[in-house]
Write a protein that binds this ligand. Sequence first.
Ligand SMILES: [Zn+2]
Length: 381
Amino acid sequence: MGGASGTVSEIVVEGRLVLDDRVVAGRIVVRDDVIAEVGPGGAPEAGPFIAPGFVDVHVHGRGGHDALGPEGALDGMARALLRHGVTSFLPTSVTAPLAELAAFAERVRRWMPVAPDDGAGPLGFNLEGPFINPARKGAQNPAHIRVPAEVPLSDLEPLLEGLRIITIAPEVPGSLDLIRWLAGHGVAVSLGHSSATIAEGRAGYAAGARTTTHLFNAMSGVDHRAPGLAVAALLEDAAYVELIADGHHVVEPVWPLILRAKPADRLLLVSDGVALGGTPAGSGVLGGLEVVIDGDRCVLVDGGNLAGSIIALDTAVRNVARSGVGLPRAVAAATRDPLALIGVTDRGRLAAGLRADLVELDDDLRVRRVMRGGRWFAGRG
Ligand SMILES: [Zn+2]
């Protein structure tokens, strides 16, 4: 960044700063695209909340643009997300043929260096499947589900570069070996779309899985005589869990169970948003399956399973903050913690030296403005 003449641009941002453990009145000095100073001062009572830019590591599309679409769709998706305070994201595939996933991976890699400055910044990509249990397919197309034991690792090598997160069902033949191999390549394996027993779930984490795809959804759950993956995920302190906080995927009375069971830095807010989110359209296609909007839910036409959400991450942060845990923990679950999972350290907190990605929120926690890399953009509220 920086002007052509070499001058440094400086922006001062004042408000109620959302830090890791508290909210304090303060000011941030941004120089070029970096947070230069964070300190006390500014308007103490009525200023906007200033949070780090949100990071959505599980999002399939937005504003009519699907991550599996052409490169122009990635531009559109990135721009639509930014208006909701999302400054970094992982375009996320649904379960699809391996050749299609390899093409998606290559498209994201080619696009990353030329992604638009006025959109959320890509950090790689996320694959939801195809190594999942058909019995827990959720809204994934069963025609493209694969068994790890039947796929040579050499077929997966084209997927590795840029792959940050992949969903795997640990109980499927060959999964534990695949988890070990992927973990060895630095990929964050996410257990999900799974009928695992608690023992099979624990074996998955022991093999190197580190996180959990949309907790409670499309997985064996909390049955006091037949505990499943959800119990393994809640009790494995080191494991992250994703929460789709739209109020439909996990109803709000259950949230405290997650918040009390998990260490404070192991909750990940994700949107699992689909392309229909942020559009007036009432129906569309997700991974080759027809979906329809029913109120504020997106469901499969065939069978009525929830098929991702139509919220963006700002709504998830607002919902969780209001549920009683407070803004700092909700924001950390949408910034610091997903970044820690995928090993990104140059952003995600209000701290000197980090990238100047900020969200300005009003008293109702709606996005007023978004700063990405030191430049302000209007929020969508
Ligand atoms: Zn998803």
